[in-house]
Ligand binder design. Sequence first.
Ligand code: HEM
Length: 425
Amino acid sequence: MEPKQVLSLDEIDLSAPEFWGRPWDEREGAFQTLRRERPMSFYAEPDTQGLVPQGPGYWAVTKHADILRASREPNLFCSSKGATSIPDLPEMFLEFFGAFINMDDPKHMRQRKLVSGGFTRQRLKKLDHDVERIARECLDAVIEKGECDFVTELCAPFPIRIICEMLGIPQSQHQFVFDQTNIILGAGDPEYVPEGSDIAQVLIGAGMALRTLMNELGEERKKKPTDDLTSLLINAEIGGDKLSPEDLASFFILLVVAGNETTRNAISHGVKALHDYPAQKQIWKDDFDNVSQTAIDEVVRWASPVIFMRRTTTRACELGGQQLSEGEKLVLFYASANRDEDVFDDAFRFDVRRTPNEHVGFGGPGPHFCLGANLARREIGIFFRQLFDRMPDLEITGPPERLASNFIHGIKHMPCRFTPGPISG
Ligand code: HEM
């Protein structure tokens, strides 16, 4: 893919919805222009249609080095004013939807410690069998048909089922959880929230529905623990710290939101990339285990499913040569850093053997680095192995339909075809 520079520096407006509707190569071209000519640029905030008051604007941080620095210095560049949204949201909203992704240390560290027991190497290893089974079942659901919508029919059920099973949510509730997370992340897209709806109400409704579900499950697991993550979390205690029922519900929302669309989009973009670069597909297929060690991270770099995360300055400082005062918003464009020509050789080449690959698809090095990164890597590896084994000739038969969002680099639909095969034994 070659970036296309159709916009001049002053025509680029990262807050305009039309910008995010442009073809990918034009968007990439604009970020290339920004990295080269104005790596820290200031924008008025996106119009929230009265949902929250218009804020003072933000700095778009587009260079890899500046994003690394902001990630490494959380005391200067904090998350507690909001990490996942450019406009300021009411505090209750931040904790409710974002849990500790919207907190700073020491509160962030205490909560992250409490839940990280669910993501140890040992626990993930034990989960591998389930991940494999779920991947197999996802393929089984379509393999006899010979064609399907890769996103909705094949790939989307995969990560959400893994999280639901990890948490011990009954299968009858999986679709319900999936629908609520789509609303929370796709609030800007009319496919998920019809135009004219009261977005705040719809969002709160989806959050409350997930919260009720988790409270009920938490109560059950308190009385009768099993070996699922909910039981571990509800009973976890470190140095006198315990998760309150509200914390638990918010963490659940964070998990289903953070671990669902991200992995789904990484896989969808990865499949599209392998379709566009068949030689790379062959390299990976021919030596799956070895090449996976680099290919999986290249898929995440290429996809950059999370376009940005926000930080706010805690005092006057400098970043990327720009003087900043206290309380300024910085939007760290991870997707731009992942194409930074100063860091990646031939940044627009999809290369399954790319090494080194210091992408920031899972965030920069710092306290907020993705808690689920290793789980996501295993999920991606296991899914591609199944695809290569059981649908070796899978091809994409139409253009991907994109999610209207400046936050999630999403594919909503993508038609595919493959030689039909049998359901697994
Ligand atoms: C390819 C898939 C994934 C991508 C691209 C991704 C991306 C990210 C990014 C960019 C952040 C950084 C937030 C920041 O800078 O403030 C993050 C944080 C987080 N992710 Fe992921 N993620 C993925 C999969 C997952 C999965 C599978 C889970 C769990 C099931 C998960 C759970 C989390 C959590 C809990 C945080 C918050 C960490 C903190 O604030 O301490 N993610 N993720």
